[in-house]
Every structure is written in C-alpha cells, then in structure tokens.
Design a protein around this ligand. Structure first.
Ligand code: HEC
Length: 205
C-alpha cells in the first residue's frame, strides 16, 4: 500500500517535471523566434518578419497625415507599430535602439459599418507593411527601410527616398518616431536620448 502510494507520487512528479520542462522549452523556442534578428536573402533582400504580431505593440495612428502629396480621399486608415522584443527591452533600459532593431509599420483600412458597430471605426485588412531596420554592419546610415506589398522579401528602399529625410529631420529618437509611441517617449525624455532636430522643433511648444 505504502510502496504503491510512493510509486504513484514519483510517477506524478516525473510527469509534472516533463510537462514543465517541455513547456519551458516551447517558450524558449517561441521567444527565440519572435525575438528574431533581421534575416536576408543572398541577394540582400530582407525577409519579412512573419511573427511581428507577437512582438511588442507601440502605437496605433489613425488617419495620420504628414505627406501633403498623399491624397487619401474618403479612405480612412489605421497604422500599428511593433518592435522586436529584444530591442524593446533594450530601449526600456537605455532610451535608444540597439543594433538589430526591427520596427514594423502595419497599415490597415478603417471600417465603419459591420456587425453591431454603429459609430466610430475599427481595423480592416492590411493595406501596407514597412520595416525599419537597424543593422550597423550592413547599412552605411545604420538604418534602412523596406516596403512589402504582399511579398515575403523586399529590397532596400534607396537612400534618396523621402522616408530617410523625413525620419532624420523629424523623428524623436535615432530616426524613429518615438514622439508618437506613448510608452517610449517618457523613457527617452528621462534618459536624455531625444534627437537634436526634434528638440529644436518642439522647443517652446
Ligand atoms: C513626412 C514624414 C514621413 C515620411 C516621408 C515617411 N515617414 Fe515613416 N513615419 C512617419 C511618422 C510620423 C511615423 C509614426 C507613425 C505612427 O505614430 O503611427 C512613421 C513611422 C514609420 C515606421 C515605424 C518605425 C519608426 O521608424 O518610427 C516605419 C517602418 C516607417 N515609418 C516607414 C516609412 C517608409 C518605408 C517611408 C518611405 C516610403 C516613410 N516611412 C516615409 C513619418 C514619415
């Protein structure tokens, strides 16, 4: 009786530790994948980080418009920004982005009428995807932009594109628009990592 009880206990503990162990292994694997550093094809195209939806959420912009040439007409749009978790953790500690940072900008059409919704907007399908990557060894300017239109890989947007000039001239931290990422702006402010052009632009406002 006693022995049978002990045997059952040992067996339960063994099973339990197996479950815990495999759980930890799965979690580790999952973190490794979702933490992924940028990956490129042999012809220097960036692979789209498929798991970005498991990354850290930074913001949603609604109908943000900073390009006078862009006519949106009646089409409303949300954008959502995500950071790879390792880079986010580093930002929280230092107020700036480490090497191998990836930021994904996902654009979604706004929808008004559907299901029980009477008023206001919710997010529909994806209408645009762009990635901003910091890779110091690879890019002369440390950062590069990539635009994806349904493709799994994309080539770098050339440095002559206005992406680079607007981000360099107006973004709050190291060419990224931290002034619009509410959990990060206070950190950058405290750590003193706000960019000079941004400080100048906002001085006295
Ligand atoms: C006139 C200014 C301007 C131009 C030009 C511009 N952007 Fe941005 N970009 C912004 C702003 C503002 C945000 C913040 C969006 C938010 O808060 O939702 C942003 C955010 C981003 C982000 C999220 C990560 C980050 O760096 O903050 C990516 C990725 C991005 N833009 C890609 C691009 C690409 C690719 C182009 C060129 C095809 C481009 N942008 C052109 C102003 C600009």
């Amino acid at each position: 009786m006693h022995t049978a009880y002990m045997f059952a206990t040992v067996r339960t503990l063994t099973l339990l530790s197996m479950v815990l162990f495999s759980g930890a292994a799965a979690l580790e694997q999952n973190t490794a994948q979702s933490n992924s550093a940028p990956e490129y094809t042999s012809d220097a195209r960036l692979r789209f980080p498929e798991k970005y939806r498991e990354w850290v959420y930074l913001t949603s912009g609604f109908d943000m418009s900073y390009d006078p040439a862009m006519q949106m007409g009646d089409q409303h749009k949300f954008d959502n920004v995500f950071a790879n978790p390792g880079a986010y953790g580093s930002f929280v500690k230092t107020g700036t982005w480490p090497d191998k940072t990836m930021l994904v900008l996902e654009e979604r059409g706004a929808k008004g009428k559907g299901s029980i919704n009477q008023k206001g907007n919710y997010q529909g399908g994806i209408v645009g995807l762009a990635v901003h990557v910091r890779d110091e060894a690879r890019f002369a300017g440390k950062w590069a932009f990539f635009g994806f239109d349904g493709s799994k890989t994309a080539k770098m947007i050339p440095l002559s594109a206005d992406c680079y000039s607007c981000h360099a001239a107006h973004a709050a931290v190291d060419t990224t628009f931290v002034q619009f990422y509410p959990t990060l702006l206070p950190i950058a402010t405290t750590k003193g990592t706000l960019a000079a052009p941004y400080l100048k632009e906002t001085a006295g406002k």
